[in-house]
Design a protein around this ligand. Structure first.
Ligand SMILES: NC(=O)c1ccc[n+]([C@@H]2O[C@H](COP(=O)([O-])OP(=O)(O)OC[C@H]3O[C@@H](n4cnc5c(N)ncnc54)[C@H](OP(=O)(O)O)[C@@H]3O)[C@@H](O)[C@H]2O)c1
Length: 336
């Protein structure tokens, strides 16, 4: 039976790694839509996960399950009885020992447990890391869902995070096909936006380092960005849309680091934002072309990257990670 979301009430969705940056937003939006949510966590009692219990609807419809991705039985218990699974838990590291096995075997475990418990659809959070790491792609090629990272290149350049995500996604497709699981994949680019969790996750550090003075220069490279709420919405859209299939590249814009620091400096001139590029010899790296049309066709309207950067910094201020400037001037107007 396909996933039928004509009424979210009465439907249960399991979200793995529920306390993480992206997963917390997925849990929040699912609860707001009326779903019952089973969140898996390695340690539900860790204070870093306490924010989940404060979400609207959590008291009535959120349960937390102590689960490790490599512990099949605990995973199956959490997934049992669910209509859908959103598998977001993954190590986020370039340490091959910590990255590859939990990403790959954990993902296989989720799909097998979903098959055994007759889950109707699984959504897997993959990454742009499984898509764009290909040195042979021409500069005019549009990066879209048909692109796959070159595993040998990832290994040779020690990009173990990208390698792990690409191999995990491949494993997800293989096991889903073998077990007859309805799988849809979301491939987000670097995710920014307000944090629901108390600690700062890896992708937000990407911006934080430009505000604390720890980065004295910026790199001569480009990066694609997307807002965390849009990423969470994308997961729910592909879960709920019966015709959704395959991969969905989730990206709003590609910027050079020079553009990022310029936007930050305009919005937040009070911080020691770098003004110099670390590489003054080579030509400025050019943004690559990409397509987010598949998600747009499902109705997703992406938040502009400027707004996303603004909300990220405001959130870091609210969390006390960044000092709030004492002399607040006129609020800055954001122009997209
Ligand atoms: N943020 C980005 O820019 C970005 C971009 C593309 C894709 N993604 C993908 O999005 C997902 C979430 O990333 P995030 O940015 O939200 O990172 P995050 O905040 O670090 O969350 C990762 C989650 O995975 C859990 N986890 C890690 N290893 C685990 C294991 N062995 N067993 C069970 N749970 C485990 C963590 O739990 P603990 O708290 O117990 O460690 C945490 O809840 C990942 O799959 C990541 O690859 C992220």
């Amino acid at each position: 039976m396909p996933f039928d979301c004509s009424s979210a009430s009465g439907l249960t969705v399991c979200v793995t790694g529920a306390g993480g940056f992206i997963a917390s937003w997925i849990v929040k939006l699912l609860l707001e839509k009326g779903y019952t949510v089973k969140g898996t966590l390695r340690n539900p009692d860790d204070p870093k996960n306490a924010h989940l219990k404060e979400l609207e609807g959590a008291k009535e419809r959120l349960t937390l399950w102590k689960t490790d991705l490599l512990d099949y039985e605990s995973l199956k218990a959490a997934i049992d009885g669910c209509d859908g699974v959103i598998h977001t838990a993954s190590p986020v590291t370039d340490d091959p020992e910590l990255m590859v096995e939990p990403a790959v075997d954990g993902t296989k475990n989720v799909i097998i447990a979903a098959a055994e418990t007759k889950v109707r659809r699984v959504v897997f959070t993959s990454s742009i890391g499984a898509v764009y790491m290909d040195p042979n792609r021409g500069p005019d090629v549009v990066v879209d869902e048909s692109c796959w990272s070159d595993l040998e290149f990832c290994k040779n350049t020690k990009n173990w995070y990208c390698y792990g995500k690409a191999v995990a996604e491949q494993a997800a497709w293989e096991v889903a096909e073998e077990k007859g699981v309805d799988l849809v994949v979301v491939n987000p680019v670097l995710v920014l936006g307000p944090l629901l969790q108390p600690n700062v996750n890896a992708s937000v550090v990407h911006v934080l380092k430009y505000l604390t003075g720890s980065a004295k220069t910026y790199a001569n490279s480009v990066q694609a960005y997307v807002h965390v709420r849009d990423v969470a919405l994308a997961h729910i859209l592909v879960l709920e849309t019966p015709s959704a299939s395959g991969r969905y590249l989730c990206a709003e814009a590609v910027l050079h680091r020079g553009d990022v620091v310029q936007i930050l400096a305009k919005l937040f001139p009070e911080y020691p934002i770098p003004t110099m590029c670390s590489d003054e010899k080579n030509p400025r790296a050019k943004p690559y072309k990409f397509s987010n049309q598949k998600l747009k066709d499902l109705g997703l309207e992406f938040t502009p990257v400027k707004q996303c950067l603004y909300e990220t910094v405001k959130s870091l201020q609210e969390k006390g990670v960044l000092p709030i400037p004492t002399q607040q001037e006129e609020p800055v107007r954001i122009q997209s």
